[in-house]
Structure formats: structure tokens, C-alpha cells
Write a protein that binds this ligand. Structure first.
Ligand code: SF4
Length: 218
């Protein structure tokens, strides 16, 4: 599959993540019409940095394949949608190329779960690590973490990303059990708690390694 086709599928699939919801606007395009611009372009969304600046982010999923079957999610295992998967290198290249063309200020990256929570989280972390270490990327990175992943991976994610978040789509234990039986409220809470703890440790010990300086969200 061509990179552009993947981008179309995986930017569209990411628009349902409300962490930065500006890409949920109604479809409108100037194609074949007067005027200019469109709301349907590939996923650029907006977010705020700790100093209040509004930044444009490339908002994509690493993949919309998922081994879970959450009933409310378009990317669930049993959903009949076109599927695609980026390699780590493809996400790094897209972010780099869009950044140097001034299309974006950073990256918002989430993913369906492939193979296991740890494997998926490793891939997300690898994107951020390559951007920071290999390309010396100083732009903004928001990673959606996988709650069941090894805490050491979440810790490494916080070293590279400006913001970490965890999806909390349902308000009660019962609704999670009914609609997302493969998810576990306990591990979601633990993941949020461990990110909070790392942020507090960093606040108390400024010389500790950097950890998600723009904080956490859902
Ligand atoms: S784990 Fe995430 S991507 Fe997979 S079905 Fe559930 S909500 Fe959708």
C-alpha cells in the first residue's frame, strides 16, 4: 500500500480520538467548487503547549488493526473498515517531512493494539525515540499510551514525549465490562496513576530526567 493511502486511512481513523478534536469538523471541500480550503484534509489537529501556544499536530494512528473488540470503536476487531499500518520509519519520515515543510509543529500518535500491549507501546516509543535521538526533533510529541503496557515503557515514553494520555472512554466499571471486556479499569487507573506519580517525582526533583513536561490528559 502507498504511503499516501495509509495516511488517508490512519489520519481518518485517528479523528475519533477526542484528545485533540479539531479534526472532527463536518466534511467541507472546495474541490470542484469556488473558494479554497477543506476540512477533510489528512489529520492535522491543534493542541496547547504548557506556555499557552496553539500548535498544529499531525494526528494519526500507527495502525487501525486491533486485537480488541470495544463495541463503541470503529477500529474494533470485528469492524469492516479498511485497515493499514505504518512502520516506525514511515511515521518518523512523515513527521519530519511535514515539519520541515512547515505543515505541523508536532505529532499526535495513537494506535490500535497489535500483538500485545507491550509490543504496541514499544512501537510508539520507538517513533518518539527515533525522532528525538536520530533526527534531534525538538517539536511537540503527544503519545497515547497503552494502559496494559510495561510501566518501564510508559516511563520511556515520558522521556521523549511532551504529553502522555490514556483513553478513558467509559465512566463506570460495569460499562467497561459490558462494552470493552478486554479492557481493565484497574490497569487504566494504574496507568494514569503511574504517569501522575512520575510527574510529581519530576516536580519534586528538577534534576530527574525529563518526563512529559506538558503533562497528562485523557
Ligand atoms: S483497544 Fe482502542 S483501538 Fe482497539 S477496539 Fe478498543 S478503543 Fe478501539
Amino acid at each position: 500500500m502507498e504511503l499516501n493511502d495509509k495516511l488517508e486511512i490512519l489520519a481518518d481513523a485517528a479523528k475519533y480520538d477526542a484528545s485533540c478534536a479539531s479534526s472532527g469538523a463536518p466534511k467541507r471541500s472546495s474541490e470542484d467548487k469556488d473558494g479554497f480550503g477543506a476540512t477533510t484534509g489528512m489529520g492535522i489537529c491543534h493542541s496547547y503547549t504548557p506556555d499557552g501556544r496553539c500548535v498544529s499536530l499531525l494526528k494519526i494512528l500507527l495502525t487501525n488493526f486491533c486485537i480488541y473488540d470495544c463495541q463503541y470503536c470503529i477500529n474494533r476487531r470485528t469492524s469492516n473498515v479498511p485497515r493499514a499500518r505504518f512502520s516506525v520509519e514511515e511515521v518518523v519520515k512523515l513527521t519530519h517531512d511535514f515539519y520541515v515543510r512547515n505543515y505541523i509543529d508536532g505529532l499526535f500518535l495513537s494506535s490500535g493494539i497489535i500483538q500485545s500491549a507491550d509490543y504496541t507501546m514499544e512501537q510508539l516509543v520507538a517513533v518518539a525515540r527515533q525522532l528525538r535521538e536520530v533526527h534531534k526533533f525538538r517539536g511537540y510529541i503527544h503519545l497515547k499510551t497503552i494502559p496494559d503496557a510495561d510501566p518501564l515503557l510508559i516511563e520511556e515514553a515520558g522521556r521523549w514525549a511532551d504529553r502522555l494520555s490514556v483513553n478513558i472512554e467509559l465512566p463506570t466499571h460495569d460499562s467497561v465490562t459490558r462494552l470493552a471486556p478486554e479492557k481493565n479499569v484497574h490497569t487504566i487507573k494504574l496507568a494514569m496513576g503511574s504517569i501522575r506519580r512520575k510527574l510529581d517525582e519530576k516536580a519534586e526533583e528538577p534534576k530527574a530526567p525529563s518526563f512529559a513536561p506538558a503533562g497528562q490528559s485523557t
